[in-house]
Design a binder for this molecule. Structure first.
Ligand SMILES: C[S@@+](CC[C@H](N)C(=O)[O-])C[C@H]1O[C@@H](n2cnc3c(N)ncnc32)[C@H](O)[C@@H]1O
Length: 381
């Protein structure tokens, strides 16, 4: 099949993990960019990328790259693309504009100019124009301008890949699913040890762990925009999905989620059911600060509440101090990773982290820190 360039977009700090995932599905000529990974592949790989990549948020297929210094040049360059190849007057489209650098500063304006250029091309040729549909367009375009370099891509994904489709209900501060998967992959969990999230909220981290452990494709419940394209190959798509189902594996360990809030646990259980991983997960209402005899030799990942940055000293510092004490006294023998956007409070965990990783949760800078909880001295271990 014909090879072309594919760009998988991701979040800050997840690029290396995403590159590994792309190698695993057969991507070639991998190039790590900022919040994205570029690679070569064919149509089958484009489908696989959408279905399998846990840490990607969009899969783009670039169709043109050019230089542009102002809006008129942008309009002309967009008009020089033959849009009848991708769109027709009775089809719908939408445009996402992303700009950085000093020349183009308004992404919405760039999207608007691009739309005008496309619509005018159809009007000139056919006296009719395709309409805009923001929810489920036939063609979703992505215009990315960095300084003077503009890349026009077809967005094969649609709604962010982070939305797997299992989380219909959520608690107040749910974690982005792609970020949760990134944390698990980055933490080096061996998929054999038990997994524990003691403050699981709507269950995202535990559910992503279960999907990883059973090798279940994260995208299997959702729709993708490439299915609307003229060149969509339903047989190839069926083959890609069948292969994914054939590769689901059993998992013999336990994946456990606790939370203080019974409503969160109810939601986590419903989400788990939809995700199809109920048989490997156990959720329970439980206060982290009460003794935990049932958790031994586990891989722990959790994101405690951040609190307000300004309230850090009053509320969150004692809370994070207690987390440290609890980890040390009742969970030794485990590895614990904490993800937090409260950069002041996390320092008060009081244990020495063996790894510290900088990440973002939306616009909030976060730390992902590992604590190795030995029962004896480090030397004994
Ligand atoms: C930031 S949220 C976790 C979000 C979760 N990762 C998700 O994706 O939905 C923090 C969670 O910690 C829980 N929590 C706070 N104090 C707790 C405690 N002492 N024991 C257990 N859970 C607690 C809250 O109820 C809340 O659901």
């Amino acid at each position: 099949m014909k090879q072309f360039t594919i760009v998988a977009k991701t979040m800050f700090g997840l690029e290396e993990i995403l590159a590994k995932e792309i190698i695993d599905i057969g991507g070639e000529e991998i190039e790590i960019l900022s919040r994205a990974v570029k690679f070569k592949g064919d149509k089958e790989l484009l489908y696989k990328a959408n279905l399998h990549l846990r840490t990607a948020i969009k899969i783009l297929k670039p169709i043109a790259t050019f230089q542009t210094r102002d809006e008129n040049q942008l309009y002309e360059r967009i008009q020089s693309i033959n849009w009848s190849k991708y769109l027709s007057v009775n089809k719908t489209f939408s445009i996402d504009g992303i700009t950085s650098g000093e020349i183009f500063t308004h992404s919405k304006y760039v999207a608007l100019k691009t739309k005008d250029a496309i619509v005018d091309q159809f009007r000139d040729k056919y006296n009719k124009r395709p309409s805009i549909d923001l929810d489920n367009p036939h063609l979703r375009l992505n215009i990315h301008i960095y300084n003077t370099t503009c890349t026009v891509s077809l967005d094969s994904t649609g709604m962010t890949l982070a939305k797997r489709g299992y989380r219909l209900q959520q608690t107040t501060a749910p974690m982005n699913e792609a970020l949760a998967a990134g944390l698990i992959l980055m933490s080096g969990w061996d998929k054999k040890r038990d997994f524990f999230d003691p403050m699981c909220g709507s269950g995202t981290i535990a559910i992503e762990a279960a999907l990883i452990a059973r090798n279940i494709a994260p995208g299997r419940l959702r729709h993708f925009t490439f299915k609307n394209w003229d060149d969509f190959d339903p047989e190839l798509w069926e083959k890609v999905k069948e292969e994914a189902n054939d590769n689901i594996k059993p998992f013999r360990g336990k994946i456990i989620g606790h939370d203080l809030d019974y409503k969160a646990i109810e939601i986590a259980q419903q989400n788990t059911q939809r995700a199809g991983v109920r048989n490997v997960t156990e959720f329970k209402v439980s206060d982290f600060f009460k003794p935990k005899t049932e958790i031994t030799d586990s891989h722990i990942i959790f994101n405690p509440p951040y609190g307000e940055r300004l309230q850090a000293e009053t509320d969150m510092i004692p809370f994070y101090k207690n987390i440290g004490t609890q980890l040390k006294h009742t969970l030794n023998g485990c590895d614990a990773w904490i993800f937090s956007g409260n950069l002041d409070a996390i320092k008060f965990v009081g244990l020495r982290p063996s790894k510290k990783i900088k990440l973002y949760n939306a616009a909030i800078e976060c730390k992902f820190q590992k604590y190795e909880l030995y029962s004896g001295s480090k030397k004994d271990k």
